[in-house]
Design a binder for this molecule. Sequence first.
Ligand SMILES: [Mn+2]
Length: 308
Amino acid sequence: MPSRIAPIAIPDDFTVFAASDLHGQLASVDRLLARAGLSDGGGTWTAPPRTALVVTGDLVDRGPDSVGLVRRLASLREQAPRTGGMVVLLEGNHEVQLLGGLDAVPDIFRAFMAFGGAATLLSAGMTGADWHDAGTRDIAARFDAAAPDVRPTAWSFAPYARWRDVLFVHGGPVPGQDLTAFEGSAQRLWIRQGFFAADDPFPTATAWSVYRRARLERVVFGHTPVEAPTLFHGNRALNLDTWRGQTVSLARLAGDRLDDAVLDEEPVQPRAIADAPIAPEEIARIDAALPPVVDAWWLRARGPLRCS
Ligand SMILES: [Mn+2]
């Protein structure tokens, strides 16, 4: 049974770079990391000591090389501590769709295949013949034979991270949850407007008092595609999922203000396989239906969250 991974704290004096929703864009990510001095443009971590890279989820699906990107970032995560740095990889809903889908949970498998999962199978060397008309267990067995490290790596992603007063999470903080519920449930991976378009200002409104009391007063997130890095909540929240603008973005956070982040971007490569057309109402229905399904599956797959 995979164990639950604890949230990650990045020391206050680190320099922090953040990205989100990289979706298999290995070549573009390599160029961004090289320009930022974080890697040599290939597999070697080159950042100065006390540098962190945080990726707020969705490494897989849609783009050309999900397996390669997971391997690249896992390798950098392994290397970084040797020179006093760290790479933090956080869960996104796409990692959950890969893991739950290949664990044969029907609703999660349908979401995996509806939202770009075939590109991840393709990046493991599987063609349509390997998944059309194949059972989910067969698809999982073929995937593990081709890329045995990828599912274990995805299981190692953390639920959220913090640095100073910044919360890093895939979808966003969830109103009405305490931090244990936030950590333990999948709502943080699917929430959209309920966070970034909420009438209640973050973090001052009562709805966000749990986060304010934990001194989490800014948020870096992704999940909902935007044209360019976009600020919400009076510059206290920054969305870095820029595929709507056909780019992947890297932000170097600066001091106390998210609007002072130094931004860089690279064009994305085309999707490996187009998704079947899907109506916005159907996406909204899946958004609402999946988190409870995931919570129930997590309880079976890795047991209850420890009491802290
Ligand atoms: Mn997402």
